[in-house]
Design a protein around this ligand. Structure first.
Ligand code: NDP
Length: 296
């Protein structure tokens, strides 16, 4: 029997898009200008093309103008850097997103570091990550997926200050910034990774779990404290002959087991996933708001 309250990421993301649409209208009325996002895609990966298409469509829905540059797989690093430099200089662009992964011959770090921190809507620039880690500093942008996790917790009324949190995973794009965000909210955070002994025991003491390890259903029922809040970032395809496509998506948490003990929990799909794009749009609007206020 499921006891937990479901954290409906799809509905929350929908609310956020409505809020952003209204904010974009206010910006237009006040400054006569519209927020703009530039998306750079290198190569022909089908999954990347789908992500880019979805991001552009989401922009249009809230009134953000999307620009795009598609470069062939064979594009040189210099060509990609030139595209980034042009968008850095373009006052109608307030966010620049380089779709990852880049082809192997291109130095991903060098390209990401070239994005102006004022337009770093993915929040991956080391200066933005550094500010996130430091007391008394505020990053211009926070990475979208962990920002979405925190937004889900806040909008579900989960108290963070003084609570124990466990983050499973320490990647640059999810686990590490999620842990920093929780710490900024005065939670006491333990970061679990592939060499951590006793991951189960650490999680079982946590009031909040953010699971981002990329291992299907690793966080089982007895990893979850009674009354905990559970945010499942994982997206894993597992074989399922009874499903139409031959597979189904599961998270990094065993949902059925965890839901018997948690106070609230995100489903997969429909939890963190929809929040990632909503936070990208949030970052674009924030970037534009700052630029307009500064007279750019
Ligand atoms: P990475 O593979 O980059 O990182 C996984 C992390 O989990 C690593 O820090 C790794 O440890 C740790 N880990 C792996 N196995 C274990 C284990 N057995 N026990 C404890 N820790 C372990 O993944 P990402 O952070 O990019 O993504 C995590 C998950 O989130 C994936 O399922 C991905 O698909 C999903 N995702 C979802 C998004 C969304 O929008 N909802 C966006 C981005 C990702 P170590 O550092 O030691 O290797």
């Amino acid at each position: 029997a499921m006891a937990a309250k479901l954290i409906d990421g799809k509905a929350i993301a929908e609310d956020i898009r409505k809020e952003l649409k209204a904010e974009v209208e206010v910006l237009k009325a006040k400054y006569g200008k519209t927020p703009g996002l530039a998306v750079v895609l290198v190569g022909e990966r089908k999954d990347s093309q789908t992500y880019v298409r979805n991001k552009k469509k989401a922009c249009e829905e809230v009134g953000i103008v999307s620009y795009g540059t598609d470069l062939p797989e064979t594009a040189s690093e210099e060509e990609v850097l030139k595209v980034v430099a042009d968008y850095n200089a373009d006052p109608s662009v307030h966010g620049i997103l380089v779709q990852l992964p880049l082809p192997k011959h291109i130095d991903e770090q060098r390209v990401l570091d070239a994005i102006s921190i004022e337009k770093d809507v993915d929040g991956f620039h080391p200066l933005n990550i550094g500010a996130l880690a430091m007391r008394g500093r505020d990053p211009l942008f926070v990475p979208c997926t962990p920002k979405g996790c925190l937004e889900l917790l806040k909008r579900s009324g989960v108290q963070l200050s003084g609570k124990r949190a466990a983050v499973v995973g320490r990647s640059n794009i999810v686990g590490m910034p999620a842990a920093l965000l929780l710490q900024r909210e005065d939670a006491t955070v333990t970061v679990i990774h592939s060499r951590t002994p006793d991951a189960q025991r650490i999680c079982a003491e946590a009031d909040i779990i953010i699971a981002a390890c990329g291992k299907a259903e690793m966080v089982e029922g007895d990893w979850v404290k009674e009354g905990a809040a559970v945010i499942d970032v994982g997206i894993n395809a597992v074989d399922d002959p009874s499903a139409k496509r031959g597979y189904r998506l599961v998270g990094d948490v065993n949902f059925a087991q965890a839901a018997e003990r948690a106070e609230c929990i995100t489903p997969v799909p429909g939890g963190v996933g929809p929040m990632t794009i909503a936070m990208l749009l949030r970052n674009c609007v924030d970037g534009a708001t700052r630029a307009f206020a500064a007279g750019h």
